[in-house]
Write a protein that binds this ligand. Structure first.
Ligand SMILES: Cc1cc2nc3c(=O)[nH]c(=O)nc-3n(C[C@H](O)[C@H](O)[C@H](O)COP(=O)(O)OP(=O)(O)OC[C@H]3O[C@@H](n4cnc5c(N)ncnc54)[C@H](O)[C@@H]3O)c2cc1C
Length: 481
């Protein structure tokens, strides 16, 4: 039969889960590749979420969510240094604003201790205000010191880069369309780029994991998208609103509408939680915005709404089982990492361990000699000291040319982001790797300049440069002329 690649393991989906699995697989003497239907990795749910590295007190004890969250959080504490991940260990607070909620904090504390989360304690109103002076509604709060805020796209890109540096492959613009089985086992993956012969397939397709599983003959679960909408504030005006991750007391659907800092000092409010039929619709709605504002005002009534710079939404992949679906399916040669809703970011490195253990049950795994788990350190220009900046510019004058004024991102960094392994191919890919376009003007100034740099570096005309997905070209020929 015709095929364009032959490999041992195919990972479907380039989100945080698929890339973490690819990295874990790359530790072994295996041929492995990841296919992603979009032009870049980290463009699904991984790009639109609260970005909290949860401590692990929320999930019911004994579930995959709980086990992989607590282990994943501990792994990120190690991986941060090895992969240069952008994570701020801010800790998190669950805030009680009435007596009933104060009682619920004890439930969360007991569960957290049973889950093995270190350092949890209930803080009095005075102790909460000492940490977060704007939390005037607080009566008490649960403090989780091991929680943090992370840069999720950076983590996914780093996982992918680490895998590639150890021999794995990432193929973007490559959608899986079906499977061929021999003797009941999946042996061939059909994609929009051709067929891939393989011994094993791992389904990490996010909200589409149900469709991928059904194509392979596994109809044991469904995935319902549950939208969460956000409002992001400018860091110049709102950076001191809160210093960490502030949750209300959770409800049965979600952890509630929070107020949170980000790795780069912005603040956001959100998300709400509304189920919908579409797996594509990530639009924000007036009702959603009002819901988010009303929810956040329960924590801090006086929000700086004039400092809002953008809104966005992400889709949780809610599984019919209520838990992550990890490991062997009923179909030989087909493994699931499905239904990965929150705390999927925090859990991803541990999910990868569980999945690769399942791979080990299906094929012999031998550790690779010379596996390199470290990525070269690349501090962002805007976080350098004046003398470090000067040295950088002396080495490469393109570091002296600022392209994104809001975030002080230079041409040197943008070119590096395009040329690196698993490099940026789109304007939003540059944004996620460098922050060009993430500031107050949201790319109004630097967008066209980033487009020009991409066109030059990729050797394509400006009108072929994509903002994000196929069909998102930004310019018409007539403009260039
Ligand atoms: C509102 C919200 C808030 C959240 N907050 C947090 C949080 O604070 N902390 C936390 O830990 N988690 C959080 N999460 C959960 C977390 O974001 C997800 O668990 C995680 O991003 C899921 O990653 P993934 O790789 O499974 O999915 P995705 O990132 O969606 O990746 C799946 C990939 O598969 C690709 N794909 C789909 N179909 C195909 C196909 N046919 N062929 C090839 N590729 C395909 C998609 O394009 C996509 O890139 C939140 C989620 C939401 C929506």
């Amino acid at each position: 039969m015709d095929f364009f690649k032959e490999t041992d393991v195919v990972v479907i989906g380039g989100g945080i889960v698929g890339t973490a699995i690819l990295r874990e697989l790359s530790k072994y003497d295996l041929r492995c590749l990841l296919v992603e239907k979009e032009p870049d990795v980290a463009v699904g749910t991984t790009k639109a979420n609260s970005a909290i590295c949860h401590a692990g007190f929320d999930a019911p004890t004994g579930t995959w969510k709980q086990k992989t969250n607590v282990r994943g959080n501990a792994l990120y504490h190690q991986l941060q240094e090895e992969l240069g991940l952008d994570i701020k260990w801010t800790g998190s607070l669950v805030v009680a604003t009435n007596d009933e909620e104060v009682q619920h904090l004890q439930v969360l504390l007991d569960r957290g201790r049973a889950n093995g989360v270190p350092g949890l304690e209930i803080l009095s109103r005075e102790e909460v205000l000492a940490k977060e002076p704007n939390l005037v509604t607080a009566k008490a709060a649960l403090w989780a010191p091991t929680a943090g805020v992370m840069w999720p796209f950076g983590c996914a890109v780093a996982f992918a880069q680490c895998a590639v540096q150890n021999g794995a492959q990432v193929i973007c613009d490559c959608a899986v369309t079906g499977f061929v089985k021999e003797d009941g086992a999946v042996t061939l993956v059909n994609t929009t780029k051709g067929a891939i012969r393989t011994k094993l397939v791992i389904n990490a397709a996010g909200v589409y994991a149900e469709e991928i599983a059904k194509l392979a003959g596994d109809d044991s679960f469904t995935i319902t998208p549950r939208k969460g909408e956000y409002i992001l504030f400018d860091k110049m005006t709102a950076s001191s609103l809160v210093y960490g991750a502030i949750f209300p007391c959770p409800n049965e659907k979600s952890k509630g509408i929070m107020i949170c800092t980000t790795t780069h000092g912005n603040t956001f409010i959100g998300p709400n939680a509304n189920e919908q039929a579409s797996k594509e619709d990530t639009s924000v709605t007036p009702d959603g915005m009002n819901e988010v504002i009303a929810g956040a005002r329960k924590l801090i009534p006086n929000l700086p709404m004039g400092a809002s710079i953008t809104e966005f939404a992400g889709l949780r992949a809610v599984s019919s089982t209520g838990d992550f679906i990890l490991g062997a399916s009923g179909v030989p040669g087909f493994i699931n990492a499905a239904g990965i809703q929150s705390p999927g970011l925090a859990a991803a490195p541990a999910i990868a361990e569980v999945v690769v253990e399942a791979v080990g049950n299906e094929m012999y795994l031998r550790k690779k000699t010379g596996w390199n788990g470290k990525l070269p350190k690349k501090p962002a220009f805007n976080r350098m000291t004046a003398s470090e900046k000067q040295k950088m510019i002396e080495k490469n004058r393109l570091y002296g040319r600022v392209i994104c004024r809001c975030e002080t991102v230079t041409e040197g960094e943008i070119i590096e982001a395009i040329r690196q392994p698993v490099g940026a191919r789109t304007v939003d890919g540059v944004k996620r790797r460098t922050r060009a376009g993430m500031g107050r003007c949201q790319g109004g100034f630097c967008g066209p300049r980033v487009t020009q740099i991409l066109a030059r570096e990729l050797g394509i005309p400006v009108e072929k440069v994509l903002k994000e997905r196929q069909g998102s070209e930004l310019f018409y020929k007539k403009f260039e002329e």
